[in-house]
Write a protein that binds this ligand. Sequence first.
Ligand code: BZD
Length: 815
Amino acid sequence: MKTLEKTSFKKAFIKKVEEVSGEDFSESTTQHQYQALSELVMEEITAEWAANNSRLHKMEEKQIYFFSIEFLIGRLLKAYINNLGWDGVVSEVLCELGLDYEAIQAREHDPALGNGGLGRLMACFLDSTAAMGFPGHGNGIRYKFGLFEQKIINNEQVEVADNWLKNGYPFEIAKPDKSVVVKYKGNVRTEMVNGKLVFIHENYEPVLAVPYDVPVQGYHNKTVNSLRLWSAQPVEDFDLSTFNQGHFLKAMQRRSEAEAISQILYPNDNGFEGKQLRLKQEYFFVCAGLKRIVRRYKKFNHGSMDGFSDKICIHINDTHPALCVPELMRILIDEENYEWDKAWDMTVKSISFTNHTVLPEALEKWPIDMVKELLPRVYQIIEEINRRFVNDMNWYYPDQEARNYSISILKDGQVHMAHLAIIGSHSVNGVAELHSKILREETFKDFYAVFPERFHSVTNGVTPRRFLMGSNPHLKTLLNETIGADWTRPNQLTSLEALLPYASDTAFCEKLGAVKHRNKAHLAEYIKKSQGIELNPDSIFDIQVKRIHEYKRQLLNALHIMYLYNALKADPNMDFVPKTYIFAGKAAPSYYYAKEVIRLINVIADKVNNDSAVSDRLKVVFVPNFNVSVAEMIYPAAEISEQISTAGKEASGTGNMKFMMNGAVTLGTMDGANVEIAEAVGMDNIFTFGLSDVEVANYNAHGGYRSLDIYESGPRVREVLEQLINGFFGNTSTFQSIYDSLLIHNDPYFVLKDFASYADIQSTSSSVYRDQKRWLQMSAVNIAHSGMFSSDRSIADYQREIWKIKPFIYEEEIL
Ligand code: BZD
């Protein structure tokens, strides 16, 4: 990769702008400038990409393929520029030309091809894999419409379609010549051919899968991997035979049925909705992805699949791609003529599986009839996998019939996808220590008894290139000035520990405080511009941003704000450190309760912000349309990171890591990766509260706790609860369902049970904040210990423990 030379870049840029606009440079718009810059970047990357692809064809190294139904990649232009090492020159040239680099970047539509943590994790993993210079690729779906855009109208969430491809997307390359056919429905006929039973899938409905490749550029190195996203199209533009028979509408219907498969991303996180279209999506990218991988491997291996599992790792992100198991078996048996046992051995050796949730309602279970009808041959294979598995279990554990049935793939008329994934892969991992423990001891304990060696734990991570270096340039500069730039190198983030001695250095802490203040002012400016709300950058910025879900307990935060408001009203002279509570996050459109929580937060914000008696001390903001770009602005401005899920429910969390890296102090329960954050920073540098996962489990084992006890125990909480239904927010604004959940349905997420302890820790955090020196020291310690939460470290763990490939050794390429 060449370094960028300023004069020639300037010339090339002006020329490109004129080419894309067809006008003189002086007439160009930011849209033209964005297009031109994107094209220049793509030209640079694609040259290297071709070289990488030919290296890949030679299979010099083991290849990792991440199969995921979501890749929440965020904007790419700036990330590419930074990874190419072009950032300095590009900013300088644009500045000299009088252009606004931020405005140019903002022209890029942020691709929302994911819901939240699970999809974003994949994007971080792709970034880390390329940064560490080894081949790892994504395989997913090119949704025509990404996650809906969220507007807040009359305090409520309103969903607007996300037509992200409207103006084209400059960072993808369509490869129609690499399209493959995916077959649905029909029937399976058997025939004896040369003494062998063969299975023929006939009368199927074919759909064409067309790949679009997005380059994944490594950091300051020559690696360019691929994210392959599949788009569904009809096999023929028109179903001519149907059309010729005069069935115009039917021909059109086939077309739109095919296109429907990649039309929209399902907007649910952590909730399973058993729609046939979703199952079609799952098979779609699994089948298409495996076909291409197999084709490429055979080309390299003289037409044979032998040795496949030594060269290829198929990593499945949750159970959505679990059909990889029977599909790979189908290819090996039906198309490649392997015997069952050999095919099974190859399949299990190739596939590894990450689980992302312990919520029972999120575990995928498909009705057997639906799978059978949609994927008749795949279903036969699932049945055979299950038959052999249950036989084996009954042979090895004849006295454990009940357990053997409980872990089977097919039971209660359903296909249990997690069981299929565990049985068909050599590794199962949770995404934080606590989560992995819960998987071993509860969710999958019967599997753990049978396959203990398959269970692993890999704590999640986030890419410091996007979430620290890219989004917090002032902190990056301060860190570089203080400890040098070692920490910016791939898999070297633990070098941030060199910051520890500076945590007690007044001069450093003052600078750290200044960076935070500047970032807070920047966020305040955005909020003022977009929402008209004035924030005080000297107040504490206490932030909770994530999907809205009962278990994540945004409600606890909201009720506490009501409680503070009441207290300030009751005692206007109360000693109080000014606070700004910021929320953001989307609710699944069909999740009524979560949408009520959004409405509650917005109604509280209205009340509090418009009450001049408190609004100089307490402010509440709900930032609409939380996405990767908004996130990048919010994390650097945070002082308190709210991570307050009911203990035992959040698998890991990754927002907690992004906040920490940017110097926010976690205020949270001992849940998910918060536990590891607490271990890393020490209990003096985190605010923890609430029940432990064991306490929650104990209550649940005895039917929960009695939430009315809390209601009856004190007037302060009672007042808040009554305000939900007594017209406090205006006669039309009541929140009966929330009230009922807390008091009538016995508060299943322990919101009231943890309330007192939450209020205490909130108050403690405010007291600590008064001592700015101490606060900034905590902040510095958090940054210093954030190294282990780099996704580079996660990827290195996967390499060592699961994919068993050569460990990464950092070699300087162009730094
Ligand atoms: O995955 C999340 C977990 O809730 C987090 O605790 C964890 O940190 C991240 C990454 O491991 N899960 C999701 O984000 N899940 C989904 O978005 C999802 C999407 C579709 C269907 C089911 C779940």
